[in-house]
Structure formats: C-alpha cells, structure tokens
Design a protein around this ligand. Structure first.
Ligand code: FAD
Length: 405
C-alpha cells in the first residue's frame, strides 16, 4: 500500500552546525532532506561563535582536546580531519585563515561567511529547511520515524538525525529538548553541566585584579592531570580566559562534590623556576619585595602577593624569605565555588551517552535509522575550534552512513 503522506529520506532535527552539514551532504547525494529548526533562522550559534568570527576548526584537533572516548574522536576525525574540514569550507567558497594555536577562521573575519556559505549550498542542493518549527516528539515504528512538531504537524522519514545541540547559551537556541527527545527514544543522558564558562572564586580579594590579564597555567589540585595554559583574565567574580575556560568542564563536574581547589602558576614558561629565582636573587636580591618582582608580574599581582604573604613593604629580603612568595606564585591557591551560569557557557559537558551510538556512523545502537550528532552527545572540546569541528565531523560521518544505506 502506498503511504498517503510524504516520506523523507532523512529528517534533521536542528539546523545548527552539525545538522546543516549533514543535510548538505545528504541533499547533494540526491536524497529528500527536511531540516526542522525551532528558531526563526538556522545557524544562530555559528553566527555568535568565536566572538562573531567563527573559529571553525583547529589544526591540532585530536582526542587530547576533548572530554570523550578517544576512540569516538578518532573515528570522527578519520572521516573528517582538519584538512578535510578546511577543504570542505574552501569548496563552499569560504576563504580561510589560520591564527595562533592552530585556530582557523573565515578570512572575512565574520561568522556569516560560514553560515551563509552553508545556507547557499543547501539551497543549491535542494534541501528543505522549515524554521520556527520545534520538534516535540519522535516515534520509531516499522523502519520509519514519525516526527511531530509543536504546531502538531507530523512528518515521516526513513532516517532521523538528532542534531539539537546542547542547553548551553539558551539566549541563542540552547535547549534541553534534544535530551528529552533522545531520552524518549531510550537513550541515557549524562546530566549536562556548563563548560567553557568563567570560574567564580571564593577569594574576594582577587576582584582587586579585575581586568588584569596574564599568561598562566591552571591546575586542578585534586586532579593534576587537568591543566590549562594560556591567558587568564581576572574579573569581578573570579577568572575567565582560555586558562579558566579549558579547565571549566572538569571543574564543573568536580563541583558536584563541593568547592574545587585550583592552583595558578604565574610562570608556566620557566623550565627550572628555582634556578631562575636563584639567578634573580644573585642580581636583584638587594631590592625590596615590590622592586624585586617589578618586570616579572603585573603590579596588581605584586601588591596582592605582598598583602597575601603579610610582607612589610620595606622588609629586607634574602634567599630564605623569598622562597615562600616564590612558591606561592608557582601554585597560587584559589577555590572555585561555581561556574558562571548557562547564559555564559559556550558549551555543555554531558549529554547522550556515547557508547549507545556506533562510533563509525553516529547511528543509535537502539534504533537503526536514528543518528545523534554534535553537542547533544556527551562530548566537549576545549576552546579553539574543537566543538565546531566535532559538530561538522559527526554530521559529515552520519551523512556518509545514511548515503551508504
Ligand atoms: C557564544 C559561543 C561561542 C562559541 N564559539 C565557538 C567557536 O569559536 N569555536 C567552536 O568550535 N565552538 C564554539 N562554540 C560552540 C559551538 O557553537 C557548538 O559546539 C556548536 O554550534 C554545536 O553544534 P550543534 O550542531 O551540535 O548544535 P547547534 O549549533 O547549537 O545547533 C542546534 C540547533 O538545533 C535547534 N534545535 C534544538 N532543539 C530543536 C528541536 N526540538 N526542534 C527543532 N530544532 C531544534 C537549535 O535551535 C539549534 O539551531 C561557541 C558557542 C557559543 C555559545
């Protein structure tokens, strides 16, 4: 019997990074593709990414930069590597340029270069995108899926790709709906917590440094394998910047057991800090504390150190009493009491449990024909283009698997 409704080859729930790239690949293969996007327009998170410049990938992308099973990241990268990603966007007409730390942006320095290129290619490939259309339920039955929207419209497809993203940044499309849909289909959700977000510190004295930026290494005291090196920005609530953001996922998880001690090393570049101190003492050991540290640290940090250590401004220093302040600068103790709220989190840690999907296809192990991609999965990357890379790579991999069916 012929169905009396349209049966799409693939319905993609979520017109973000992962969903759009997946849709493009499927549509270019000649499939009937429908993208359902709850927002008034697709690709809104791409638009705000990278401060409006879209850091779309990173030359150093590797499992080391993700909180996820390395086998999953390796599988995704084997389908869509850094080079593949650059070639892909260049083939869409996006000229790219690389900045420090391997971060790649559109040369136009505007995220819209990426989102518009994707939208144009989707149009050319004949994919249908319905905006302002939120999916509220998905039912799997007899090798087909029935997808129902908030407006009670019903669509049918052989394959469904859940590419709803995470609940981070709710002011720009972030939602819990994707987790609810995955759960309703039997998937396990690792409770999401904010990541890539500023750290609120207990030590209020540090707010004196608000606005100060420095290069540091941060380390989780109770799990020293979690470290991040780079710029730290002091704020009126605590700290931000890559050296804070890149430990924030681990901190977020650890916060479930109470406040989290973190150490800040203000001299991460020194191979032998003791030799450096000894040499400086030899040359400048006659100076008063503040003058001794001038040229090494921001003045605000020196003043804070002097207060923190209870040093008198004019006290004579010697090799012995420089030890404690020096050790403090190599492991300044702070306590994280909270992460900044979801509205400031660039991503979520947690999501759909990844061992419930096939790593080589991103197909659900529970429902053949259901694919789950992007940030909805329990995968979070460090800052620098890693999260978008995973979104593209998982969307691309799912599309290849759908094509091969
Ligand atoms: C401020 C900010 C800056 C960022 N900067 C960078 C950066 O420079 N580099 C980087 O790598 N990463 C960055 N990220 C992270 C990156 O944007 C995300 O990891 C990436 O967009 C995830 O892609 P996705 O396709 O999984 O989800 P999204 O891009 O979030 O797309 C999901 C889409 O699904 C839609 N949707 C959700 N539920 C439904 C539903 N039920 N029905 C229909 N539609 C639905 C949403 O409206 C959304 O459009 C940034 C994030 C933020 C918030």
């Amino acid at each position: 019997m012929l169905e009396d409704y349209d049966l799409y080859d693939v319905i993609i729930v979520g017109g973000g990074a992962s969903g759009l790239l997946c849709a493009l690949e499927c549509a270019r293969d000649g499939m009937e593709v429908l993208v359902l996007e709850k927002d008034q327009q697709p690709a809104r998170k791409i638009l705000v990414s990278g401060n409006g410049r879209c850091n779309l990938t990173n030359r150093h992308v590797s499992p080391a930069y993700y909180q996820a099973d390395p086998a999953l990241i390796n599988a995704a990268l084997s389908h869509f590597s850094f080079e593949d990603c650059c070639r892909y966007f260049e083939s869409l007409g996006v000229l790219l340029h690389e900045e420090g730390l391997g971060r790649v942006f559109p040369a136009a320095n505007k995220s819209s270069a990426v989102s518009e290129a994707l939208k144009t290619a989707l149009k050319e490939a004949g994919a249908e995108i319905k905006c302002a259309t939120e999916v509220i339920s998905i039912r799997a039955a007899a090798a087909q899926f029935m997808v129902t929207t908030q407006a009670k419209d019903v669509y049918h497809a052989h394959n469904v790709v859940l590419a709803c993203g995470s609940c981070a940044y709710p002011q720009v499309t972030g939602t819990k709906r994707g987790y609810e849909l995955a759960k309703s289909l039997g998937h396990t959700i690792i409770p999401p917590v904010p990541t890539l977000s500023g750290l609120c510190l207990k030590e209020r004295a540090l707010t004196r440094l608000s606005g100060v930026k420095c290069q540091v290494r941060t380390t989780l005291k109770n799990n020293p394998s979690v470290q991040a090196e780079g710029e730290l920005i002091f704020t009126n609530y605590g700290v931000n910047g890559p050296a804070a953001l890149n430990i924030s996922g681990a901190v977020s998880r650890a916060l479930q057991n109470g406040p989290v001690p973190v150490e800040i090393n203000f001299f991460p570049q020194l191979k032998d800090p003791q030799a450096f101190l000894d040499e400086r003492l030899e040359k400048l050991g006659h100076r008063k504390p503040k003058d001794f540290f001038i040229g090494l640290l921001h003045e605000g940090i020196i003043n804070l150190l002097i207060d923190f250590m209870g040093m008198r401004k004019n006290m004579p220093m010697n090799a012995q009493n420089f030890q404690r302040p020096w050790q403090t600068l190599l492991a300044w103790p702070v306590t994280v009491t909270a992460l900044r709220p979801w509205q400031e989190a660039m991503a979520a840690a947690g999501g759909v449990k990844t061992d419930e999907i096939n790593y080589n296809t991103f197909e659900s192990r529970l429902h053949p024909g259901l694919f789950i991609t992007g940030e909805l999965l329990d995968v979070d990357g460090k800052s620098g283009g890693l999260n978008l890379h995973f979104a593209w790579a998982s969307g691309y991999t799912a599309a290849q698997a759908i094509k091969e069916k």
